[in-house]
Design a protein around this ligand. Structure first.
Ligand code: 5GP
Ligand code: MN
Length: 341
């Protein structure tokens, strides 16, 4: 396996883990498979080393990740802010997983992380990491943070400590951040890692079914409604857009995660290279963007929607009405024609 993380960073993290017993992991808001996978991957590993570890998430997990071992022990900051604050204050070592900027943990949590006395280690794969950690392991060329966690554990010489629960969490993150190995998935090392995870005893078929193939009637109907009634295509801009208002989401008893993956669907239309999904939340409209090739979804997210992300998968937030965001979106498309060639 190619050595990706530098020797000196491996060394620094190994020393921190050796020195400290009180550990907290934290990930980005609306935790996804990679955020939760990297958190629980590290959690089980550190538990096996007899550390006292708590996985803190800013807000609730989607239902389809709750099957993961250790998910029940995850502390939801939005539900138990006092308890989580106390643990973060007391932590000696803090792992910041799958995010590159303090703002990504939300307004209430970010000042707590900023002022925490703990040594901080970032493990992440988003571009342009902010400088708020003592050790920064940032590799945008690697498709998931979970893969980086695996690499870190191996390079510290502790592959033997990695158990099946940790392996399952890591696999989940690798799988979700590559759309079940359909994008960012051409590096041979990934398949070597998967082999090792399978040897640890994970049931990868079950993980796929639990994460991607477990639907409710409402979820199927919501997605059907979205793609049949709410899909708008702009052929001249090779772009598609789906919008869902609060009222529409309520109609299908929307639960967190029910629209996961919806933004990818229009990219399967021949000729479409850019897809946007706008979902109305309580205080803002959540923006999800996906693209193919050189179309910079992250540029659109940062220039127009207070967000960021990767070239082909980005997101952000918009404070305004659905009419306003649709207007903004239609108006920005002509600015990006140069990327359509
Ligand atoms: P999703 O559409 O799945 O919510 O997000 C896709 C990717 O876009 C994430 O992996 C993350 O890199 C980025 N992203 C999503 N929302 C935000 C946001 O509000 N701010 C920033 N900076 N990036 C985001
Ligand atoms: Mn990720």
């Amino acid at each position: 396996m190619e050595k990706i993380i530098s020797e000196s960073k491996i060394d620094q993290v190994a020393k921190l883990i050796n020195k400290y017993d009180n550990v907290v992991t934290i990930c980005h808001v609306s935790p996804d498979g990679d955020a939760v996978g990297s958190s629980l991957g590290l959690y089980h590993f550190l538990n096996a080393l007899d550390k006292s570890v708590t996985v803190v998430v800013p807000d609730a997990l989607p239902d389809n990740l709750c099957f993961l071992g250790g998910a029940k022990d995850i502390l939801n900051f939005s539900k138990y802010p006092e308890f989580a604050t106390e643990l973060i204050d007391k932590a000696e070592l803090l792992f910041c997983l799958d995010f590159n900027a303090l703002s990504r943990v939300g307004d209430d949590l970010s000042p707590l992380i900023a002022k925490a006395k703990a040594k901080k280690v970032m493990i992440d794969h988003h571009l342009d990491p902010e400088n708020f950690c003592d050790v920064i392991i940032s590799h945008p060329e690697i498709s998931s943070t979970s893969e980086l966690v695996f690499r870190l554990i191996c390079r510290m010489g502790m592959f033997d400590v990695l158990d099946c629960l940790s392996a399952a969490a890591i696999y989940t993150g690798m799988m979700t951040d590559t759309g079940n190995f359909t994008y960012n998935s051409n590096k041979p090392d990934m398949y070597f890692i998967i082999e090792e995870l399978v040897r640890k005893g994970i049931d990868k078929d079950k993980i796929y079914t639990k994460v991607f193939n477990t639907n409710s009637v409402d979820k199927i109907k919501l997605n059907g409604y979205a793609t049949s009634e709410k899909l708008e295509v702009f052929p001249e801009y090779k772009t598609a857009m789906i919008t869902l208002t609060r009222e529409e989401l309520n109609r299908y008893h929307y639960r967190k995660g029910d629209s996961e993956g919806l933004v990818n669907v229009p990219l399967s239309i021949e000729g479409i290279v850019f897809s946007a999904f706008f979902r109305e939340e309580k205080e803002y409209i959540k923006v999800s963007l996906r693209s193919k090739g050189n179309f910079p979804a992250n540029k659109v997210a940062s220039e127009y929607f207070n967000g960021g992300g990767h070239m082909n998968a980005a997101g952000g937030e918009f404070y305004g009405t659905m009419e306003e965001i649709i207007d903004r979106f239609k108006n920005l498309l002509p600015m990006y024609v140069q990327y359509l060639q």
